[in-house]
Design a protein around this ligand. Structure first.
Ligand code: 8YV
Length: 331
């Protein structure tokens, strides 16, 4: 007896291996040319699909979810952060939401440390000098950066990615400090020799490098506000591989321009994919190193993200609770 396969609408092009497996298991509707779906296409998708597989580039808000058909049972996000999805609206409609945790932790932590070193040691500025044919030879006082060994790193958000950043940073000789909603287990603090700050303001004022590794939620919107940015030391740098919205980007650009902050390493932006001309100017001046949201962009990571999505769909259709269920914040 043939079992009816769920209709699974995938909003973006995924690695071939993931798509092939999805086609074997589900009635998968793929987006082969990888165009970001229009609002009309998303509406069509939620009306007809059993499962929607969106990514960070799709806004799955309450208005869209209200258009969902009776069939829609699952929104299986291809990504860790679910700030693109109104999880509460989905729950009210009886739609389960899942994400892909763990599998992008190490890659994102690598990119965070990469940005830290790139900013402090002026890696891009140096490379650009060579590229432009402007190198006149070694000089003892030229292209001097800041040493990171022995400095203090303040991590905002000590979850999976924050802890992975801390482990790496410790090996690079940084002293680990953190601010988190909850203090982590004593054993983890001991292992990382980490100092917990209940007060984010107090921590910001004392760190050489700040790394943002918390999720973007209504509570973390502009967490680094004009006021908080002003607390930081003028020699300090900020690294953000989480979400652009967590920093007031205009205020950060101003602080960098005014010499109130020394540098920024950013993989994410407040109005992605738009990057302001003021930000580009900071890049030219060597005050910012910016990347196009590629923290988790490894072949292995994307395949494992696909595996998680498939496991979540399969588990639900086997009559069980998917392992990576995301609950509304207010639940
Ligand atoms: C993903 C990310 O690539 O998973 C996340 O939260 O920020 C990214 O690294 C993206 O979200 C894919 O949807």
């Amino acid at each position: 007896m043939s079992v009816k396969k769920p209709v699974v609408v995938v909003t973006r092009k995924l690695p071939d291996a993931v798509e092939t497996r999805m086609c074997e298991l589900f009635n998968a509707k793929l987006n082969l040319d990888d165009h970001p779906m229009s609002q009309a296409e998303l509406i069509e998708a939620v009306k007809n699909a059993d499962v929607l597989v969106p990514t960070v580039t799709d806004k799955i808000d309450a208005a869209l979810i209200s258009q969902a058909g009776e069939k829609l049972k699952l929104i299986a996000n291809f990504g860790n952060g679910v700030d693109n999805i109104d999880v509460s609206a989905a729950a009210r409609k009886g739609v389960t939401v899942t994400n892909t945790p763990n599998v992008l932790t190490e890659d994102t932590a690598d990119m965070t440390v990469g940005l830290m070193i790139a900013v402090s040691r002026r890696i891009l500025e140096g490379a650009k000098t060579l590229e432009k044919g402007n190198w006149n030879g070694w000089s003892p006082t030229w292209m001097l950066g800041q040493r990171i060994w022995g400095k203090r790193l303040g991590i905002i958000g000590m979850g999976r990615i924050g802890s992975a950043v801390a482990r790496r940073a410790k090996a690079f000789g940084l002293a680990i400090h953190y601010h988190n909603r909850n203090r982590v287990a004593q054993q983890i603090e001991d292992e990382l020799e980490a100092t917990y700050w209940d007060s984010l303001d107090q921590m910001l004022a004392r760190m050489d490098i700040i790394s943002i590794n918390c999720p973007y939620t209504p509570a973390t919107f502009h967490l680094l506000s004009t006021r908080r940015l002003a607390l930081m030391q003028p020699e300090a740098t900020i690294i953000n591989t989480a979400r652009g919205e967590i920093i007031d980007e205009i205020a950060m650009v101003k602080a960098l321009n005014d010499g109130k902050l020394a540098g920024a390493g950013l993989d994410v932006f407040e109005h992605e994919p738009a990057v302001s001309s003021e930000m580009m100017k900071l890049v030219d001046e060597g005050k910012a190193v910016i990347l196009p949201h590629m923290g988790s962009a490894t072949i292995e990571g994307r395949l494992e993200m696909g595996d998680r999505v498939i496991i979540n769909i399969r588990t639900l259709y086997d009559g069980h609770r998917p392992p990576d269920r995301v609950l509304p914040i207010d639940s």
